[in-house]
Design a protein around this ligand. Structure first.
Ligand SMILES: Cc1ncc(COP(=O)(O)O)c(C=O)c1O
Length: 390
């Protein structure tokens, strides 16, 4: 009788899934700081202000009042109701409470969205450069990411570009506006083009509106608000950026059936919901008035203007980002290899950035600077760059 030897191994579907190089940069920054060297930190993706006190106290209240037990895995009712109201009034999406699910941040909302929309072998159109984890999330759903270069697409028309890159296997489009890393905000007309394309080819749209409150030029248009789109769109949102709640891990998704059933199953079996006190804190965040959010946006605008002017003066050509909190200048005048440039800026000027190639081949020749930092840090970083570049 032959005995079959079994070897333990990692599930094959993880073979092609990577870790972001952003972690390596973070480690290098920590090393420099540990060695007593000040670092101008442009590499992060977190708001410059702290979680509002009202939100922190709401979480404390929930703890003290023993609101610490299992909540419904899709989210506590008052939070889902507040989210549905916000989606109707601010995003103009036709959503009821039953169309909302609370998730562990925007990343989890996107993860479950791809898992419930894709079958193995499907293609997903991604505007590139793209937020790095998206490629891995698509791969983990055993689908294939297909890059659509954003700047060429905007020049020649989105429909032309989408037609060019679509295949018989195309099943979904990832639509992120405002975009990380480029700061692009798609116009209403562009949203309408993507919507028409999705309807014509029976595609699902996975919309990522993590930066919906950070728009400096133009308007934020939720693609699910356009006619006939709510039923084919899963939109992911997060509390991380608007309310400075990155570490709380709270976000949500809005979708119709059959996707909502899929999202509920995936949330149930992945996390069984978001921590109960965090959900009460998120509910309090939703009570923060729009004027306070708009005032924050103006603070980001000041930072954007200071950074982009400084980069252009240094010869690092940079378009004015219309949204989010990143600038994405060309660094080709230093070197075409963005990893090399990013390492050089860190070693020589202690300026931490993210190489553009991390966001896909279309990002090569650029580096990403975050301006979600103090005006003083931006000014000091620009001074340090001036010393090595001029
Ligand atoms: C484009 C984009 N989408 C979604 C997210 C998700 O953020 P979180 O998981 O913190 O909610 C991020 C965070 O950086 C992002 O840049």
């Amino acid at each position: 009788m032959t005995t079959r030897t079994k070897e333990i191994h990692l599930a094959k579907r993880l073979d092609e899934v990577g870790f972001s190089d952003i972690v390596q940069i973070r480690n290098k920054v920590l090393e420099l700081r540990a060695a007593g060297k000040p670092v101008h930190a442009f590499h992060g993706g977190e708001p410059f202000f702290e979680t509002p006190d009202s939100v922190k106290y709401a979480s404390l209240r929930a703890l003290v009042e023993n609101r610490t037990r299992y909540a419904p895995s899709s989210g506590i009712d008052p939070l889902r109701a507040a989210i549905a109201k916000k989606l109707q009034t601010k995003n103009h999406i036709d959503a009821g409470v039953e169309d909302v699910i609370v998730t562990v941040g925007g990343a989890h909302a996107l993860f479950v969205a791809f898992q419930c929309a894709l079958d193995p072998g499907d293609d997903v159109l991604l505007f590139a450069p793209y937020w790095t984890p998206i490629r891995d999330m698509v791969t983990l759903a055993q689908a294939r990411p297909v890059m659509v270069p954003t700047s060429t697409a905007r020049r020649n028309g989105l429909t032309t570009a989408l037609e060019h890159f679509s295949t018989p296997a195309t099943r979904a489009i990832y639509y992120n506006t405002p975009q990380n890393p480029s700061g692009v905000v798609f116009s209403r007309q562009e949203a309408e083009e993507v919507a028409a394309f999705a309807k014509k080819h029976s595609l699902v749209v996975i919309a990522d509106e993590a930066y919906e409150d950070l728009v400096y030029e133009g308007e934020h248009v939720s693609i699910a608000s356009l006619p006939g789109m709510a039923e084919r769109t899963i939109t992911a949102y997060t509390f991380s950026k608007t309310y400075a709640m990155t570490g709380w891990r709270a976000g949500y998704a809005v979708a119709k059936e059959p996707f909502m059933t899929g999202l509920r199953k995936l949330v149930l079996y992945s996390t069984n919901g978001v921590s109960t006190p965090t959900q009460w804190a998120a509910l309090e965040a939703m009570a923060i008035p729009q004027e306070a959010i708009t005032a924050r946006c103006e603070e980001y605008r000041q930072r954007r203007d200071l950074l982009v002017k400084g980069l252009n003066e240094l010869g690092l050509e940079c378009d004015l980002p219309a949204g989010a909190f990143y600038a994405f200048p060309s660094v080709r005048k230093i070197h075409k290899d963005s990893r090399r440039v990013s390492t050089m800026l860190l070693e020589k000027a202690h300026v931490a950035t993210i190489p553009g190639v991390v966001f896909g081949a279309q990002g090569e020749g650029h580096v990403r600077f975050s301006y979600a930092i103090s005006l003083e840090t931006i000014a000091a970083g620009l001074d340090a760059l001036r010393k090595i570049l001029v």
